[in-house]
Design a protein around this ligand. Structure first.
Ligand code: CO8
Length: 258
């Protein structure tokens, strides 16, 4: 039987775990894998049973980037007509929290994929890098943008110009990852956080994601106004009233997502 290149399993209450599964090529992101991943994100975004998503490459490797086999013959028009921004948009448009669990290499498109997550848990073995320059190329999915916003110009510029990798600890110090844990704990820790989030109000989580993401690219005054509006909108939701009531009644809240 042909092996699935993308596996999705429900874990615990409200958590879906997506695992890239092309170990022989270090989870290189070929077109088929990216299409399947985009379809899955769209599906999970609409799935009421999924409250938070964990994205992992498994115990050994996260993803070694775009599939380089594909680069030998692809021309400019082919590359353009693929409209690969569609694949990435399926992830950026996902309103549910995404937690990347990264062990081993997260390189090129793999590092860019990790940066699409809201929270990154890295195992101590994790290595992050944008090595495109070493194959005569440059980053094409956020390495010259998201990385710079995450860690600042001079750290990021060094990474993209040298193509050299950084360790999990360095990534932790720079603020590229949220937490560094032992390799054996990476996926469990990501699931634990996802389970914690899945108990919160989905509409409040979605608002936080949207405001934080959009606001990051806006002037401060506009971003603060966006935050204020989202904050005000929540006051007409069941979940906001339920959260306050549950706190005052000293019980856990029963959130509905509206
Ligand atoms: N594409 C295709 N095959 C790969 C890739 C890759 N990115 N990475 C590894 N492989 C293959 C190897 O060719 C090898 O195949 P084989 O067994 O047939 O020889 C197999 O996986 C195992 O690789 P190694 O023997 O090299 O394994 P190591 O554990 O020694 O090294 C590394 C692992 C460090 C990951 C090494 O393989 C490597 O450097 N890989 C290339 C990393 C890289 O340059 N990534 C950037 C690619 S360009 C890119 O991502 C552009 C992004 C553009 C937008 C996003 C699109 C998704």
């Amino acid at each position: 039987m042909e092996e699935q290149i993308l596996i999705c399993e429900k874990q615990g209450d409200g958590v879906s775990v997506i695992r890239l599964n092309r170990p022989k090529v270090r989870n290189a992101l070929n077109g088929e894998l990216r299409q399947q991943m985009a379809d899955l994100f769209i599906q999970l975004n609409d799935d009421p049973q999924t409250k938070a998503i964990v994205l992992t490459g498994g115990d050994k490797v996260f993803a070694a980037g775009a599939d380089i086999n594909d680069f030998l013959t692809t021309g400019t028009a082919d590359m353009y007509l693929r409209r690969s921004e569609r694949y990435w948009r399926a992830i950026t448009h996902c309103s549910k929290p995404i937690i990347a669990a990264v062990n081993g290499y997260a390189l090129g498109g793999g590092c860019e994929l990790a940066m699409h997550a809201d929270i990154i848990i890295a195992g101590r073995s994790a290595k992050f890098g944008q090595p495109e320059i070493k194959i005569g190329l440059m980053p094409g999915a956020g390495g010259t943008q998201r990385l710079f916003r995450a860690i600042g110009k001079h750290k990021a510029m060094k990474m993209v110009l040298t193509g050299d990798m950084i360790s999990a600890d360095e990534a932790g110090t720079m603020g590229l990852v949220s937490e560094v844990v032992d390799d054996e704990a990476t996926i469990t820790r990501a699931i634990e956080i996802a389970e914690q989030l899945s108990k919160y109000s989905p509409i409040a989580l979605a608002q936080i994601k949207e405001v934080a993401t959009l606001g990051a690219d806006m002037p401060l005054e506009g971003a603060l106004a966006l935050e204020r509006k989202a904050f005000q909108i929540l006051f007409d939701t069941h979940d906001q009233k339920e959260g306050a009531k549950a706190f005052l009644e000293k019980r856990s809240a029963d959130y509905k997502g509206y």
